[in-house]
Design a binder for this molecule. Structure first.
Ligand code: BEZ
Length: 257
């Protein structure tokens, strides 16, 4: 089974383009200004890194997945990318801003992330991020864990790879490190899945690996079908399944100027 770090970058570009599409709306929070230097934390295959570069800033993308970084370099050879885990990274220089879209919820050591961001920022620098907030994909997670526990007896919640904090929890982490939180926003963003009634099957194929590790593909296939049957009545609207995404947007400053 592959983990998030081994995603096929191609697959990400083909089927998960909505991740970067939604992320574009975070750029106005970043307000990139010509001449600035910006770090894109968890850049995936670089679409938003490239978008940010259009503002005349020097932008660097980092991601823990070597596949993603290779694909980003191939797509945007003029930009700088390097492979690094957001939970243990150090930068040689300091940036005016750190930006992150749809990545922080994969990092279960958020204190390390906040520490890395702090060191990566110049005094006065800003941190602008969006990621899954409290209650994100809860309907899917509940069904997944219910089905897995019923069939295997394991405590499925112990395999949950995600970190979905409240605004209060994340702001506290930032404030404990010395950041000043300027804006924080928690909102529902129902997200349309491709493939009609098979939408959850596809979503689980992309994101469910940590839960399914050690089980056969036949078992996983059968369980995914059951999960799908539980969630469709709850998430189907008009023409598709809309996953129950909930996001946190946050803007914080490192004091100093
Ligand atoms: C998210 O973007 O919220 C997300 C993506 C994959 C798995 C869980 C959550």
């Amino acid at each position: 089974m592959k983990s998030i770090n081994q995603w096929q970058a191609q697959e990400y570009d083909n089927q998960l383009a909505f991740v970067s599409e939604y992320g574009k709306s975070l750029i106005p929070w970043l307000r990139p200004t010509e001449g600035e230097s910006i770090l894109d934390l968890g850049c995936g295959t670089g679409d938003l890194t490239q978008e940010i570069s259009q503002y005349g800033v020097a932008v660097t993308g980092i991601d823990a997945s070597s596949d993603m970084i290779a694909q980003a370099k191939k797509k945007f050879p003029e930009l700088e990318f390097w492979e690094a885990d957001g939970q243990q990274f150090e930068t040689e220089r300091q940036y005016d801003a750190v930006f992150s879209n749809a990545a922080l919820h994969w990092m279960r050591k958020p204190r390390n992330v906040v520490d890395g961001v702090w060191h990566a920022l110049k005094p006065g620098g800003r941190f602008v991020a969006e990621f899954g907030g409290k209650g994100n994909v809860q309907i899917i997670v509940n069904a997944l864990e219910e089905v897995l526990e019923r069939h295997t007896g394991i405590k499925a919640s112990e395999r949950n790879p995600w970190y979905f904090p409240t605004i209060a929890q994340y702001s506290t982490l930032l404030e404990d490190r010395g950041f000043v939180v300027r804006q924080a926003y928690h909102y529902d963003r129902p997200t349309k899945l491709a493939d009609g009634e098979d939408g959850i099957i596809g979503w689980l194929a992309h994101f469910g690996d940590d839960y399914f590790e050690g089980f056969s593909s036949e078992q996983v296939k059968e369980w995914c079908q059951e999960i799908s049957e539980i969630v469709i009545p709850k998430l189907w609207k008009n023409d598709a399944i809309y996953a129950d995404y909930k996001r946190i947007r946050i803007e914080a400053f490192k004091p100093g100027v």
